[in-house]
Design a protein around this ligand. Sequence first.
Ligand code: SAH
Length: 397
Amino acid sequence: MNELKEIVLRKGKEDSLKRFHPWVFSGAIAHKPDAIEEGEVVHVLAADSSFLGVGHYQIGSIAVRILSFQNEAIDGSFYVKRIAQAYRLRQTLQLLRSDNNAFRLIHGEGDLLPGLIIDMYGDTAVVQAHSVGMHRDISLIVSALKNVLPDDRLQHVFYKSEGTLPYKAEVNVVDTYLMGGNQVHEVAIENGLKFNIDWLKGQKTGFFVDQRENRSLLEKYSSNRNVLNMFCYTGGFSVYALRGGAASVVSVDSSSKAVLLTERNVNLNFGEDSRHEAVAEDAFKYLKQVPKGKYDLIVLDPPAFAKHRGAINNALQGYKKLNYSAFEKLAPGGILFTFSCSQAITKESFRLAVFSAAAISGRQVRILHQLTQPADHPVNIYHPEGEYLKGLVLQVE
Ligand code: SAH
């Protein structure tokens, strides 16, 4: 333990750590050892040398991501403890059922493992390191997974971090199986619906598990409606709408691969279904040519428009423009499910962007639901930045 390098903060910079916020910004550091490697486990000390936390050192504006505020070893049993705690929570949430086996097992700071994401699809874990520290600890993490999960819940581990590690990091990582393998493709089950998950080539870990509960809510509104699912990706909302008795569903995504994935998932659940059509087209262009009143349920679930703080203003303009088009086109009595998954955009500013769009359209709009991410994407109360998904369900007269 004592061999760990120590990072000492400037006087007064210990406050946020004392409130258990898990990030140390580089500007807060008074001194650090010269020969410190990215991803190393370090101790963080206050100016008076008292212990504050232990975490992964990284290069950049967030210099340390705290793993524990106790002076404990970051070893195999640490990861077993954290992953077991996370697994128990998912059991409490009843996400491991015969009709549901897709869920997020580890959600970074929300599960007290900053920099680590693990999504489960049946007996496959797709693991993403977002920090060099987690990358360096990957074999401890995989062993811990094997230790915690029963065999029938874990047969494959796919490590997918080529696209998620900081791009300047001097580590070579290749996406690969660390357990099982053989190019498996899982059909995962979400609330009784089947989805083909392509973690090898798909976005993120292959599927957006964070929309599970919001898709369920949409199902309840779908009966006899003409549904437009914009930014459909794997067609999650479309499949739920079809099960909910939609009269028709049009799925739109600019990626033709996504359109194929959507068609495959519709087919997997319903066979050939003449109610469904998928279109590869830019969302803004598509909405422009939609006749007014054609759709009475529209879903807007775009990718994060603001990937960093500098992009906030442009992102808000984007949300405003997009939502305005939906207000303009929705049939009277129509329903709009509108989302933002940009971490940098607050709930309030997203709401303001949607409000402005509504005002320009002049329509009467009521908020029916205010949506967020599900409980398998928990928010560490000391790290409010972890609340990233925002959604509104609106009724438009
Ligand atoms: N609603 C999806 C997740 C959406 S992810 C779900 O429930 O799983 C965002 C999607 O938007 C991606 O598939 C991406 O290809 C698509 N996309 C990005 N820019 C777009 C644009 N300008 N027009 C249409 N689709 C776009």
